[in-house]
Design a binder for this molecule. Sequence first.
Ligand code: 6R9
Length: 663
Amino acid sequence: MSDETLSNLLKEDRRFEPPAELAANANVTAEAYAAAERDPEGFWAEQAGRLDWATPWERVLNWDDPPFAKWFEGGRLNAAYNCVDRHVEAGRGDKVAFHFVGEPVDADGHADGRDITYAELKDLVSQAANTLTDLGVQTGDRVAIYMPMIPEAVVAMLACARIGAPHTVVFGGFSSDALASRLEDCQARVVVTADGGYRRGAPSALKPAVDEARAKAADLGHTVEKVLVVRRTGQDLGADGWDDGVDVWWHESVDTASTEHTPEAFDAEHPLYVMYTSGTTGKPKGILHTTGGYLTGAAYTHWAVFDLKPDDVYWCTADIGWVTGHSYIVYGPLANGATQVLYEGTPDSPEKGRWWQIIEEKKVSIFYTAPTAIRSFMKQGREIPDARDLSSLRVLGSVGEPINPEAYVWYRHVIGGDRTPVVDTWWQTETGQIMISPLPGVTHGKPGSAMIPIPGISADVVDEEGRPVGNGAGGYLVLTKPWPAMLRTIWGDDERFKETYWSRFEKLGYYFAGDGAKLDDDGDLWVLGRVDDVMNVSGHRLSTTEIESALVSHPKVAEAAVVGAQDEDTGQAVCAFVILRDEAGDGGEDIVEELRAHVRKEIGPIAKPRQVMIVAELPKTRSGKIMRRLLRDVAENREVGDVTTLADSSVMDLISSGISTGK
Ligand code: 6R9
C-alpha cells in the first residue's frame, strides 16, 4: 500500500482514554499483557480455572501435530453445567439469566416477554436434555437448530451441550436449501425448530422450510429422524404440515419432561458445535469448536473485553444463528453468570427507537452490536436515541466489520454520551473468541482501529513471505500462536482445514485469517477487510474500507460500499455505491462530483472514484455484511451472480434498475 493512501486512516489522531472510574476497578490490568506473553500456557490455564472441571487437565496444550490442537488434554467438563447449574449451586439461582423481550407488541406498546432466572434455565435445559434423549439422540449425534430468537433456542443449544450432542444452529432466515445442505453435511438426526417466528409483529413460518429441507436431505440420501417443534406463533401448519411419525411438539414433550438431569462430563476436546460459514468456494465450511478450550476463550474474553461485573445488564444484538450469538449470547455470558437481554425483534419495529427504548427499560450497561446497525441509526438522526435515557450504558462493543471512524465517534458520543469506551472487537467464526480489541479499562481507543491483540493472543501483519511488515505498512493478518477457542477442523474435511488456514504460511505455522491489515505508527492494528476487498489501482493498493470511511465522513452520506472494478487503464478502478442521509434529499445536482472531489481531498487523487452511484439500498448478507461481489458485478456490467445469501434479494433489482434509469 502506498504511503499516500495509508495516510487517510493513519492521520486519525483522536484518542479516548479509559474513564478513570472504570480503569480503577477494571477486571484486567495492564500487567496481563506481559504475564500472558511470558507464559501463554500458564495464562490460559489460569483462565480455564474460571470453569468447573470434573477432571482436571493433564496438559494445557498439545500442539505436537499442528494444525490439530488439543487444549486442556485429559480434562473433563460439561459446558451446560458450567453455563447454568453451577450458578444455581452457588446460590445465584434467582439471578435473571435473560430478560426476554419478544414480539408481538400490543396496542399499548407491551411486548411479549418474560424474565428467566438461572434456576428456571436449569429446569428448562434439563427437561430439553431429557426430551432429546427420549427422541434417541445420543452423545456425539448432531442436532440442527433452526429457530427464531426465543429462549427455547438457547435452551436447545444448552440441552445439546448437556448430553454431548454437537449442535449446528442454522440462521432462521436461511432458505430450506441452505438448511438441507447443512443437515446433510453434518448428518443431523434431529432438528429443533418452531412453527414460526415474528418479524415486525407478523408471524413468519419456519416449519414448512424444515419439511422441505428434510425432503431435500432425503433426496441426498440423509434421513432426519425427528423434528422437535416449539409453538411460538400458533399459525396453521396446513394438512400436510405435520407428520406424526417425525414431528413432536415441544410443549407436549419438553414441558412435561422431568427437570432432573445429571450432566455427564465430557472430554475437553469433545465436539461442542459446528457453525457453517461461507468460504471462497460455494460449499460452506462447517467450523468445528470443541468444549474446554472454546468455553475458556469465550468466558475469558467476555469478562475481560466487556469488563463484566456481577450487576451488569448485557445485551448483544446478534442472532444466535451466528458465531457472535454462540460466543457472546450463549457460552461466554452464561459461563460468566451474566444477566442479559434477549431480543426477538428488529431494531426499528414497531418504532425506530425500539433498541434505545429497551436499553432504557432494562437499564442495559454493556451493549454489543455491528457497525452496519450503527450507520443505519446515524442515518435516522440522533433525535431518536436522544429521546431515551441511555445513561445506564458503560461499555459499547462493535463487531463484524471495520467500524468507520465517523460511526465509532457517533456511537461513542450519541449512544454512549461520551462516557463509554467503544471496544472494536476483531474475530471470526473460526477464532471462536475475540482476538484483537481494546480493553475498556486498560487501553485507550482510537476510532477505526481494533488496536492490539488481547492478553494471551499473538497476531502480526506480514507480507507474502510471512515477514512482519512493521509499522506503517499493510499486509496479511496472521495469528502466530494457537489459542484455546481456535477451530479444530472443518467438519469432515481436514484437508480443506489445512489448505484454507494453514498452508499459506505453513513453515511458520501461522494461521491465515484472510483479512488485510496494517499497523499504524503506534503499532495499533487497522483491519482493512478481506484480502479480496483490497484493490489495486495503477499499482497502488487501496482499501475499500479506507475509501468508504472517506465517503461516510461527508455530511450527506449515510452509508457507502466500495468495490474495485476491472479497468482498462488502471487495472482496477474505484466504484462507490452510496446511500444518502434522509435529510440530504437527492443530494443536489452535483452530488456525484461533490463526492468524488471529497474522496480526492480526503485520501488523494488515486482514490478518487471512477463512478459514484447513488442507491437506496446496499446488498447485505443476513449477518449484515455488504456483498461486494454483487456490487462488483454491477460495476463491471455483468449479470448479477448468486444472491441466495442476501437478506433481501430484491435489493439487487433495485440497485440495477436505479442505475440503468440513471438515478
Ligand atoms: C465475529 C464475526 C469474520 C470476518 C473477519 C473480518 C470481519 C469481524 C471485525 C471485522 C474489522 C472488526 N470482521 N469483526 N473486521 N473489524 N472488528 O463477524 O465472524 O462472521 O466469521 O466474520 O468479519 O473480515 O474476517 P464472521
